[in-house]
Design a protein. Structure first.
Length: 65
């Protein structure tokens, strides 16, 4: 998933990837253990992602690009 800047926050990335419809949906999604960044469970919507990071939500994996 291409990004314009050097970094993007996890919540913004999930919205850009159409995993969630709005920013308010991210809190519920991150409350469980469904979201992983580079294989590690992540629950912080403000987590900064950089190019090359992998975000997995359930069975779907996205690469930050």
């Amino acid at each position: 998933m291409p990004i314009r800047d050097e970094v993007i926050r996890l919540g913004q990335f999930l919205k850009l990837a159409n995993v969630i419809d709005s920013g308010s949906d991210v809190k519920g999604l991150l409350a469980g253990e469904d979201v992983r960044v580079n294989g590690t469970v992540e629950q912080r919507r403000g987590r900064q992602l950089v190019k090359g990071d992998e975000v997995t939500v359930g069975e779907q994996t996205f690469r930050v690009g």
